[in-house]
Design a binder for this molecule. Structure first.
Ligand SMILES: Cc1cc2nc3c(=O)[nH]c(=O)nc-3n(C[C@H](O)[C@H](O)[C@H](O)COP(=O)(O)O)c2cc1C
Length: 370
């Protein structure tokens, strides 16, 4: 079933045996110091049937990480801690890239010894509360990054890519979506600067370009991919003219020769974020010539149709992969998908519950027969 999803695809340096990708999903199962835990190796290896696993977002620096028990990749211990994870995925026949994350203004000062977080401008995330080990607090205003700090931020990303390579990842994905640091620079609602990094869209894509150039110089373009969220508001990051902005962003990704571009683009009926702002993939596809991966609320049928029609080259699945470790096999055989149990709380439990305890179809069948 769904033959077009089972054609192999070249994603830069990576050969994916199918077009069913695991979307990046934060699961907060690392240790307090951001070192991956043993259960993370089990979890990712269980999902090795995906054409490619995009890891959960991984902090590139102390400054960039404000989620308790999310992993990092800026210390030697963290890099070491990822090795059993990438080894386990490879032993199970899979491939995994590391999503590089700087949260910008979404980091609460609790994580920064009381210092304000950094962003494009002195804005504050108005919606929601920051979860810290000391409790829940409103977000606080960010400190705008100075021009003389930009090279250091670019370097932090490059060093994280070096760590990912050393840790055995098959590549990196730059997290430029969902209202985090790069997206805060891209969008007009969060970027109020009047220097070379602000103002017209050409300037707001500057950080994206510099970080991508740094990543490509550190590894190579075949190992560097990008995620954008080009339609609608993401954690207060919004744009007055997304069509123009994301055409520029797509050109930057094209110029970098990135391995693939993934778009998270919910529709009006989106069940994890929704928006009436039109999806931008048709415009972006004309500019970025490499493999395009689409995401959000996909069924197997819709994914197969979009790949068959050439709208995209592959599809990534987030929530379905959390509760169906063998999602690709279920799609191939037309089997039903298990729902996420106890979501959204269970997404972030600190235990194996709701994490490594979802059976494959074969295990389910064996259990029912026993
Ligand atoms: C528990 C959870 C954690 C997520 N963490 C991340 C993340 O770390 N990085 C990211 O880019 N998107 C993240 N997302 C968004 C997903 O990658 C995806 O865009 C979203 O779930 C919609 O796709 P789906 O309909 O296939 O689930 C997360 C989503 C969920 C449900």
């Amino acid at each position: 079933m769904h033959d077009s999803l089972f054609q192999p695809i070249q994603l830069g340096a990576i050969t994916a045996p199918n077009r069913i990708l695991m979307a990046p999903c934060t699961r907060t199962r690392a240790q307090d110091d951001g070192v991956p835990s043993a259960m993370m190796a089990t979890y990712y290896a269980q999902r090795a049937g995906a054409g490619l696993i995009i890891s959960e977002a991984v902090g590139i620096s102390r400054e960039g990480l404000g989620t308790a028990r999310a992993p990092g990749i800026w210390t030697a211990e963290q890099v070491e801690g990822w090795k059993p994870v990438t080894d386990a995925v490879h032993e199970a026949g899979g491939r995994i890239v590391c999503q590089l994350w700087h949260m910008g203004r979404v980091v609460h000062p609790w994580f920064l010894g009381g210092e304000p977080p950094v962003s494009a401008s002195a804005t504050r995330l108005e919606d929601g509360m920051a979860h810290t080990p000391a409790g829940r607090f409103p977000y606080e205003p960010a400190r705008p990054l100075r021009i003389d700090e930009m090279a250091r931020v670019v370097e932090d990303y490059a060093l994280a890519a070096r760590g990912a390579r050393e840790a055995g990842f098959d590549g990196v994905q730059l997290h430029a979506a969902n209202g985090y640091l790069i997206d805060q620079f891209l969008r007009s609602s969060t970027n109020l600067r009047d220097d070379d990094y602000g103002g017209p869209a050409e300037n707001r894509v500057r950080l994206l370009r510099e970080v991508l150039q740094g990543l490509v110089a550190e590894w190579d373009a075949g190992h560097v991919s990008v995620r954008l969220s080009p339609n609608g508001d993401s954690q207060g990051a919004d744009d007055h003219d997304p069509a123009t902005l994301f055409a520029h962003a797509a050109q930057v990704v094209q110029d970098a020769g990135a391995a693939f571009l993934e778009l998270r683009q919910p529709g009006p009926e989106g069940s994890y974020g929704s928006t009436d702002v039109p999806q931008q993939d048709a415009v972006i596809r004309k500019i970025y010539k490499g493999p395009l991966v689409l995401n959000s609320d996909y069924t197997a049928e819709a994914a197969d149709a979009d790949v068959a029609s050439g709208r995209c080259d592959a599809v990534s699945f987030g929530r379905p992969y959390l509760s169906n470790p063998d999602l690709a096999e279920r799609i191939r055989t037309g089997a039903a998908w298990a729902p996420n149990r106890g979501a959204p709380k269970s997404w972030y439990y600190p235990s194996e519950e709701g994490y490594t305890d979802y059976p494959t179809l074969a295990e389910e069948t064996a259990g029912a027969a026993a």
